[in-house]
Design a protein around this ligand. Structure first.
Ligand SMILES: *Cc1c(COP(=O)(O)O)cnc(C)c1O
Length: 369
């Protein structure tokens, strides 16, 4: 829906392809499952899939329905379902549309045993320490045997790192994979281990020509690390959230602003009201001082974010007036604002900001080929 309310999201598919090329370089010989779950982290799963069509080796996502929709749009590449399937009715679809489920628990195996049609490929999810989903190393032998007996022979060993983005790193988890691979149980199985953080920081987790990596956030220009900016990693912002000023006020000394009067003017000051609030997906917990840009100038938010509006400091931007462009994050007419910096200020991560943009915000894609 297009609306005359000025808030917009712009998604730069050329920047997406640039970021993919960074992932490609890091991946070396390993193949790439481009992670497009959660509507491609809010960037539009079908638009993103199309933009990466000539570049990626496959896609990773969650819903069988989304995978089928991709197939119906002509996608012939491997598609990994990161949580496998959820109901017996999904299984014939896996077979019919050649989808690769991640298998992580006995319940799924039981459903497969009873299924009339089975997929040709699967990832066996190995729990190496994340302790969310997956079989323990000592269970893998029996799982592999059962799957092979059922005719599911294109198997990959998949695991997920809990701390690839922290100083703890991937060492212990990677060791468990390597031990399994060195045993009869894991012999000859390709692996898929690295998310964005591991792909960037731990070359030893990428694997070789038979193996797969699973970058997500880096494709969308977000940094997986709190201490390293996306720009430092050579990544470009893909999503821009932009709006305009719809009001300007002069606060007198001591006057307070917005709900709870959370900001108080220490001297007379000019402030702007932006058409963007938490119902648009802007984080409500962004405090006074969160970076934002108005009319090409970097400034800060003031007071509490409300449902449909937030306030900005115009002290150093006398030229700003109603209709002036505002960049909440990304690169727009309002200026440039790093989404990761906004996320950190609001005590979250850029992943959440991107995914949280509300359906009421119109999206536009540029740089498509
Ligand atoms: C989301 C996800 C990824 C991608 O993680 P990023 O940190 O966004 O690169 C990779 N693997 C699995 C299993 C995931 O759920």
């Amino acid at each position: 829906m297009t609306t005359s309310r000025p808030i917009r999201v712009r998604i730069d598919l050329a920047a997406l392809r640039h970021n993919f090329s960074v992932a490609r370089r890091l991946a070396g010989k390993a193949k790439i499952w481009a992670v497009i779950k959660a509507d491609a982290y809010g960037h539009g799963q079908f638009q993103v899939a199309k933009a990466l069509d000539k570049l990626t080796d496959g896609y990773a996502l969650l819903e069988t329905e989304t995978a089928v929709a991709l197939r119906e749009r002509g996608c012939g590449k491997p598609i990994l379902l990161l949580e496998g399937f959820f109901a017996p009715e999904d299984i014939p679809l896996l077979a019919r549309f050649d989808l690769t489920p991640a298998l992580h628990c006995q319940t799924q195996l039981d459903m497969l045993v009873d299924a009339p049609l089975r997929p040709a490929s699967a990832c066996i999810k190995l729990n190496t320490g994340m302790n969310r989903l997956g079989f323990r190393p000592e269970e893998i032998g029996a799982v592999r045997l059962l799957l092979e007996e059922m005719g599911i022979r294109r198997l990959t060993l998949m695991s997920h790192f809990a701390e690839a983005d922290t100083p703890v790193g991937v060492g212990e988890q990677l060791l468990r994979v390597q031990q399994l691979r060195a045993s009869d149980t894991g012999a000859g199985l390709p692996v898929s281990l690295a998310n964005s953080a591991a792909l960037i920081r731990y070359p030893e987790s990428r694997g070789g020509a038979e193996d797969w990596v699973r970058p997500g956030i880096m494709l969308y220009g977000g940094s997986p690390f709190v201490d390293t900016t996306a720009a430092t990693l050579g990544l470009q912002p893909v999503m821009t959230l932009e709006s305009q000023l719809i009001g300007v006020q002069i606060l007198q000394t001591g006057e307070r602003l917005g709900y709870g009067g959370a900001f108080q003017a220490e001297s007379p000051m000019r402030i702007g009201i932006v058409a963007c609030g938490y119902a648009d997906g802007y984080p409500r917990h962004a405090p006074t001082g969160t970076p934002i840009a108005v009319a090409g100038v970097a400034t800060r938010t003031l007071g509490r974010v409300s449902m449909d509006m937030l306030a900005v400091d115009l002290s150093a931007i006398p030229q700003a007036e109603v209709d002036s462009p505002v960049t909440l994050w990304g690169i727009g007419e309002g200026g440039a604002v790093d989404a990761d910096v906004v996320a950190t200020a609001a005590d979250t991560i850029s992943y959440e900001l991107f995914c949280a943009v509300a359906p009421r915000v119109p999206r536009r894609w540029i740089g498509g080929v």
